[in-house]
Design a protein around this ligand. Structure first.
Ligand code: ATP
Ligand code: IP8
Length: 260
C-alpha cells in the first residue's frame, strides 16, 4: 500500500485567489497513478491549499468554538464545504482517468483533542482497499473533544493511517523538489535525510511561522514525517514535475527520502 499526500501547493496556488485549482497537474498525477493501479493499492490524502486554509483562517477555527459559537458553527461547516469542493474536483478527475476513487470525509471518521487525533475509524478505509477502491481523504475540520472544533491536517491524518495500516511508502507531493536545508532556492536539496538530521533541521528552520497555513506549513509536515518514518518509507517529491511521483513509487526519483 502506498499513501500519497497531494499537497495543497500542488493542486492550487496558496498565494493566489481562493479556490484556484490546477486541473492539468491533478490529471497528470492521476495518470501517473493509473500506471501502477491495480498492481498497487493507493490511499490519497489531499491538503487544503487555496480551499480550506482561507476559510479556516477567516473563521479562526483553530481557536475552537470559543465565545462566538454561532459564527464558529457556520465557519466550521463552510470550511468543510470548501474542502468538499476541492475533493469533488479531485475525485472526478481520478474517475475520468478510470481510477475507482472514493471520497471519505475525514471529519466523519476522526476525532481530535486540542488538534491531536484521539480516534480514527479506519475500518471503512480497510474495507474499501480490500475491494480495490482508492480512498481519497483530505485535511478537514474536526470535532474536537477539548475545544469543540479544530482543524486536522492531511499530514496528521497520514501519521495516523501509517500507524494503523503500515503502508510500504508514504509520498508527499509538494511544489518544490524536496526538503531543503534552508528556504527553497537558498538552501541545498537534502536527497537523503536521517531522522537525526530532521530534528536539527526543525531547529534550524525556526519552525514557528506558518505563512498562509493554519496547520503549520513545512514545519508540521516535517514533524509528522518524523513520526511516519517509524512505520514506513517516506519520500518528498515535486508533484508539479512529470515522472517524479512515478519515480518515487518505483524507488528512484529526484527528491528527499527519509532514511533510518
Ligand atoms: P497543504 O498543507 O495545503 O496540503 P502542502 O502539503 O503542499 O500544502 P506546504 O505545507 O505548503 O505543503 O509545504 C510546502 C511548502 O513549504 C513549499 O511550497 C515550500 O516553498 C515551503 N518550504 C519552506 N521551507 C522549506 C524547506 N526547507 N524545504 C522544502 N519546502 C519548504
Ligand atoms: O493542508 C488543512 O489540511 P492541510 C485543512 O493538509 C484545512 O494542512 C481545512 C485547512
Amino acid at each position: 500500500m502506498i499513501i500519497v499526500k497531494l499537497g495543497g501547493s500542488v493542486f492550487s496556488d496558496k498565494t493566489g485567489k481562493p479556490e484556484n485549482f490546477d486541473e492539468e497537474t491533478v490529471r497528470r498525477i492521476a495518470k501517473e497513478i493509473a500506471e501502477f493501479y491495480p498492481g498497487k493499492d493507493f490511499i490519497i490524502v489531499h491538503g487544503g491549499g487555496s480551499f480550506g486554509h482561507p476559510e479556516a483562517k477567516r473563521y479562526r477555527i483553530r481557536e475552537g468554538l470559543g465565545n462566538c459559537p454561532e459564527i464558529k458553527r457556520i465557519g466550521f461547516s463552510e470550511t468543510h464545504r470548501a474542502m468538499l469542493r476541492a475533493n469533488d474536483m479531485i475525485v472526478k478527475i481520478f474517475l475520468d482517468e478510470g481510477l475507482p476513487a472514493f471520497s471519505v470525509s475525514t471529519s466523519s471518521i476522526f476525532l481530535t483533542r486540542n488538534g491531536d487525533v484521539v480516534h480514527g475509524d479506519v475500518e471503512v478505509i480497510k474495507k474499501l482497499i480490500g475491494n480495490r477502491f482508492i480512498p481519497i481523504l483530505f485535511g478537514d475540520v474536526s470535532v474536537d473533544l477539548a475545544k469543540g472544533i479544530d482543524i486536522l491536517s492531511g499530514d496528521q491524518i497520514i501519521t495516523y493511517l501509517a500507524k494503523m495500516l503500515k503502508p510500504k511508502k508514504v509520498i508527499f507531493l509538494m511544489d518544490v523538489d524536496g526538503i531543503y536545508d534552508g528556504r527553497p532556492g537558498q538552501g541545498n536539496l537534502m536527497q537523503n535525510l536521517s531522522k537525526d538530521e530532521l530534528d536539527s533541521l526543525l531547529t534550524r528552520l525556526h519552525c514557528t511561522a506558518a505563512g498562509t497555513d493554519v496547520t503549520g506549513g513545512i514545519c508540521n509536515k516535517l514533524h509528522e514525517a518524523a513520526k511516519i518514518a517509524e512505520h514506513s518509507e517516506v519520500w518528498f517529491v515535486n508533484g508539479k514535475v512529470p515522472g517524479r511521483l512515478g519515480g518515487a513509487i518505483m524507488g528512484d526519483s529526484l527528491g528527499t527520502r527519509i532514511v533510518g
